[in-house]
Design a protein around this ligand. Sequence first.
Ligand code: ATP
Ligand code: MG
Length: 420
Amino acid sequence: MNFKVPRGTQDILPDVSWKWQRVEKIARSICDVYNYKEIRTPIFEQTELFQRTVGDTTDIVQKEMYTFTDRGDRSMTLRPEGTAPVVRSFVEHKMFGYADQPVKLYYTGPMFRYERQQAGRYRQFVQFGVEAIGSDDPAIDAEVIELAMNIYKKTGLSDIKLVLNSLGDKESRDAHREALIAHFSPNIGEFCSDCQNRLEKNPLRILDCKVDREHPLMKTAPSLADYLNEESSAYFEKVKNYLDIAGIEYEYDPNLVRGLDYYNHTAFEIMSTSKGFGAITTLCGGGRYNGLAEEIGGPAAPGIGFALSIERLLLALEAEEKSFTDEPSLDVYIVTLGDAAREKGFEILGNLRENGLRSEMDYMGRKMKAQMKSADRLKANHVIVIGEDEVNEHVVQLKNMADREQKRVPVEELIEELKK
Ligand code: ATP
Ligand code: MG
């Protein structure tokens, strides 16, 4: 029997996992600076949570969920996204009662969608996301967007752009909805069956269809921009003003529609503009979701957030040829000759590690020369050599691999010497 990693998933191997850790560290530290706190929710939730919030007419709910019946006959779903679980938790734990509002949260972890596998699209992928819940100040929209942009900048990416739209409030969306139905109805027969279903339930989704993208009626569809009421336009202007203040450039795209039902007002995506990047250029998506907390039984609590996938961030870095290359190296490798030296080496190894020095020795019974090769392969900054004489004299030979200089160092002075 030949076992393979399931289709659409991947093993993150040790020569790459450090890059993931690097990205996570950057994202966490930026959240820390912006005063967002981590929240960890389960990997599965009641199916209904996603049906109600993400929306019955979305690709996620219709085609992509990993849903199963548990042994207690309950329908459960591996989370396809992070916002609904976070808002569920916000409501359940009455975070709306916290003295400090808005409640600013971040999360990271695997998400699951049954998708057709292609570059940048997996069935299990890792999202990093933030949610700011409890405020409808347009400044917080700008803060969330700025935070997302800063994560990318901090990783070294530069070929990115922010695309921005406003979906407006309910009144604006209802007016637009009527216009869309009127626009598509006469020719809906020419569209895919999904779009035919969407027409009455949620015609906005038609604009996000990947099958009928090129249909001429798509280009002439009524734009949300023309249906924003005064309040929604004013809100959008304020968000843009705060982005200007923050010095963040954006491209306005009235056709930007996010893949989930719960968005209103601000919607944005961050895209890679690198030539080397594949067809899927969206790195991050986010927006405002006023009304979501009420939808799942909580009080009114306006929110805004985004999610990015670490897979696509790393792909974008590769496309820009900026992939991290400075893999953390070893501080010390211990080379020993003979049994007594090996025991001494093992003792010193424990001591080095206790002092926080990343260190290693041979466990394969290699000859001295091969041990030296290991040290090279592992890019050790220092090599300690211990033979019989060194054991007897209670010293080691310490070699600095940068300048190839070697000196005798008494064991008691070793740590001090290395920390110089
Ligand atoms: P798309 O239009 O590419 O399907 P989406 O609208 O489904 O994206 P969101 O639900 O907004 O995506 O998720 C936010 C981010 O998560 C995306 O911008 C993308 O970076 C990432 N993402 C979404 N689906 C996948 C996937 N299957 N594999 C890897 N990353 C993904
Ligand atoms: Mg999708």
